[in-house]
Design a protein around this ligand. Structure first.
Ligand SMILES: [Zn+2]
Length: 57
């Protein structure tokens, strides 16, 4: 048994933010830099906030 082995999250390689404000600030910078729209969403896996380039997830 490896019960203390952390389960890898599907979002492990994404940027994660503690607050939607922090996520939004980074999204705004990236939108200016790359010219796309980013959406801030709360992750159901890690319960932090990520940025998404699509409208589904
Ligand atoms: Zn996550």
């Amino acid at each position: 048994m490896q019960s203390d082995e952390p389960v890898p999250l599907p979002c492990a390689d994404k940027l994660a933010f503690d607050t939607p404000e922090a996520a939004r600030a980074t999204a705004t910078v990236s939108e200016h830099r790359y010219g796309g729209k980013l959406r801030v969403y709360k992750c159901r896996y890690c319960h932090l906030y990520h940025l998404s380039t699509n409208h589904d997830d």
